[in-house]
Design a protein around this ligand. Structure first.
Ligand code: ADP
Length: 328
């Protein structure tokens, strides 16, 4: 652990936005000020670093944001940062302001960028997992997941009322191209009969058989929650397969989409964002570098950024067994 004293730090949000990012920014800014550091907000993720869109922040800059979704610093994807030349420009912009520490709030892509940047230049980087997908190794929780999953649950509960009233088969597609946590958690919490996620195999014949039996009884009330990246594709692709095999099925597809990203963060997301934001600054102060601040077994846990990048959490097959038993 290098112990070079940081004096001015930058904070940015990068990649996909997640509710609770504002609470994390607030915690970083106020902890930094408490320790006598100067703190800068970098606008639009790495794009602001490359384009020198960097603003000085004070305690008031983060007033009244803990309850707001999105991110006051905005977020973006930045092509230039993939290239060394882009990162050199970013480095000079930080150096010019005297910024000597960075907090990056984002997903695994943002961490890859942070890791490269801090290996190439003498600016330590601390990552905070801000992603609704919860697909970062090294933390049991990520900023935004709890809000997203609760939004999905609220929406699916409403859909279930219609589904029940009409005896319909409903496929609800939730976010998660590579990760099925939103589908798994929201599906369990809404009593879905089937949950399709990228991490586990789905017995499609078994699914069709159970739907056919229900159809025969003219009671095809069935809720299927599917992640965008489910084994058999997204909601529409799954509906097509079902329609081909059971032409009489009255199937509806509802894609929840971006409502899952927005909205006021839940208490849980505000708490973890505040906690992680505080420890991000503490980490820079004690000379940590290239680590992500996470929470494991309810305790702050540090994971090297390359491990947070490469590893994916595993969803146990046991959960899928439980889903089947509870929905029968
Ligand atoms: P997320 O952080 O949500 O996974 P992205 O994968 O889009 O989102 O990454 C956010 C940004 O991080 C990218 O637009 C890019 O600027 C930077 N980034 C991602 N991967 C790399 C990489 N391998 N090298 C350098 N920068 C990267």
């Amino acid at each position: 652990m290098a112990n070079k004293k940081v004096t001015k730090i930058g904070v940015l949000t990068s990649g996909g936005d997640a509710p609770g990012m504002n609470a994390a920014i607030r915690a970083v800014v106020r902890t930094a000020i408490y320790h006598g550091l100067e703190v800068f907000g970098i606008m639009r993720g790495y794009a602001g670093m490359v384009e020198n869109d960097i603003i000085e922040m004070n305690s008031r800059s983060v007033a009244n944001i803990i309850q707001r979704g999105g991110t006051i610093l905005k977020t973006a994807r930045c092509k230039e940062f993939y290239e060394y030349e882009g990162r050199v420009t970013a480095y000079h912009n930080l150096k010019e302001k005297g910024i000597d520490g960075l907090v990056v709030i984002g997903g695994d892509g943002s961490f890859k960028g942070a890791q490269k940047f801090s290996n190439e230049f003498d600016i330590p980087c601390i990552g905070l997992p801000g992603t609704i997908d919860k697909d970062i190794a090294g933390s049991d929780v990520t900023i935004g997941f709890d809000t997203a999953v609760n939004t999905a649950v609220e929406a699916i509960d409403k859909i279930r009322d219609t589904m029940d009233a009409h005896d319909r088969l409903f496929i609800v597609e939730v976010m998660g191209r590579d990760a099925g946590y939103i589908a798994l958690h929201s599906g369990i919490a809404t009593g879905a009969e089937n949950i399709l996620i990228p991490e586990t195999k789905t017995d499609i014949e078994d699914l069709i058989l159970s739907l056919t039996e229900k159809e025969k009884r003219k009671k095809l009330v069935n809720l299927i929650v599917v992640a965008e990246g489910g084994e058999f594709g997204d909601g529409n692709e799954l509906a097509k397969i079902i329609k081909e095999r059971i032409p009489s099925a009255d199937t509806r597809v509802c894609i929840l989409g971006h409502i899952q990203r927005g909205g006021s963060p839940t208490c849980e997301d505000r708490l973890i964002a505040s906690h992680m934001g505080y420890y991000a600054v503490e980490s820079l102060l004690v000379g940590r570098n290239n680590v992500m601040v996470g929470v494991v077994n309810n305790k702050i846990h540090y994971t090297p950024l390359d491990k947070a990048v490469k590893e994916k959490q595993k969803i146990g097959q046991e959960w899928m067994k439980i889903v089947k038993i509870l929905a029968s």
